[in-house]
Ligand binder design. Structure first.
Ligand SMILES: [Zn+2]
Length: 67
């Protein structure tokens, strides 16, 4: 089980409180051993989004249809 990291939408739902408990527990367990995801989660809790603002997940959300 190496190489898995929590996707942004999972972290966002977790910080929103919209994640079912079993999923939240799994995420918390991962956060205990993964500083990278823990940092992203704490940032998401502050800003309301897990993304760093660089648009790395572009297209999945479809913000407003700019084109
Ligand atoms: Zn991770």
């Amino acid at each position: 089980m190496t190489g898995w990291h929590a996707p942004d939408d999972l972290i966002t739902r977790y910080t929103d409180g919209g994640l079912p408990e079993p999923d939240a527990w799994s995420l918390e367990k991962h956060l205990e051993g993964c500083a990278a995801c823990a940092a992203r989660t704490s940032r998401a809790a502050r800003t309301g989004t897990a993304g760093a603002g660089g648009g790395g997940v572009g297209g999945a959300v479809g913000v407003g249809g700019v084109r």
